[in-house]
Design a protein around this ligand. Structure first.
Ligand code: ZDR
Length: 278
């Protein structure tokens, strides 16, 4: 099995050329083995470039490192776009690739120098769309109280195709993401589980965030999570619509457009190596 290994700010993925077949060439169980950092290649997920659907150029599917299948992956789709330029044998600056995902059509644009800008679509805010039982159907979940392990947090919820729970904290460096993250992920108020972002506001143009990802645990970056962070920041009056999000692996530039309500994410995608999995 040929693969490419990419990362977006340290959120790393195995990319598979699956253009000849409608179904992923590896099973969820095999993906778990490939993602293992000691017995496999090592990655946060496996991403497949599948044939086009719905008037798009390609279809993206992804398995998390635990074998679950998320609807979308923000850092992953930048790597996906960079991988396509390699498969197609040319990198055309300004070229847009509409990609069919389980979260609808997502469109990366090649900016050059390994940078990709992605139209991530519109955030979904209604409780049933996250999904969460923290609010009534039709209600937004902004600054609601949620008790986890006996501690009360004020949380906001945003779907970028996948679920995010956003928590603003005073000191993100010293916040115990490693112990509390999984308690948010599996909290019964999130029937599809959730990704959770812990955010410190440095100023209205600059947020620092650490993430616990559903199905992957702590990762160095999360693209959908950075988008959800800015949406929650704007809705809570904490940041501007154009904002830098610093993650452990580096920075993403996020814009929540007033004109079309879409969220735009700009950041790098970097190839590390290619190889053959036995
Ligand atoms: C967070 C993520 N890596 C990204 O960059 O958007 C997406 C991975 C999918 C996530 N773990 C989920 O929703 O299950």
């Amino acid at each position: 099995m040929q693969f490419g290994k990419y990362h977006g700010l340290g959120n790393d993925f195995i990319l598979i050329d699956n253009r000849q077949c409608d179904q992923p060439l590896v099973s969820a169980d095999e993906a778990v083995k490939m993602c293992d950092r000691h017995f496999g290649i090592g990655a946060d997920g496996v991403i497949f470039v599948l044939p086009a659907q719905n008037n798009c150029d390609y279809t993206m599917r992804i398995f998390n490192s635990d074998g679950s299948e998320p609807e979308m992956c923000g850092n992953g789709i930048r790597c996906f776009a960079q991988f396509i330029t390699e498969l197609e044998g040319q990198e055309e600056i300004g070229r847009k690739y509409p990609i069919h995902t389980l979260a609808g059509t997502i469109t990366p644009t090649i900016k050059g120098n390994g940078m990709i800008r992605v139209d991530m679509g519109e955030p979904q805010l209604m409780a049933e769309k996250i999904p969460t039982t923290l609010g009534k159907p039709g209600d937004k979940v902004i600054n609601q109280s949620l008790t986890v392990e006996g501690i009360e947090y004020e949380v906001s919820c945003v779907s970028m195709g996948n679920p995010h729970c956003l928590v603003f904290v005073e000191d993100v460096e010293n916040f115990s993401v490693e112990t509390i993250g999984s308690k948010f992920e599996t909290n019964p108020v999130f029937p599809q589980k959730t990704n959770t972002e812990f955010i410190q506001v440095m100023n209205p143009n600059y947020l620092k965030m650490r993430v616990w990802e559903r199905g992957a645990g702590i990762t160095l970056a999360c693209g959908t999570g950075a988008c959800a962070t800015v949406v929650a920041g704007v809705l809570n009056g904490k940041c501007h619509r154009i904002c830098t999000v610093e993650l452990p692996g580096g920075c993403l530039e996020i814009e929540w457009s007033r004109e079309d309500n879409h969220v735009y994410m700009t950041g790098p995608a970097t190839k590390v190596f290619s190889g053959q999995f036995l």
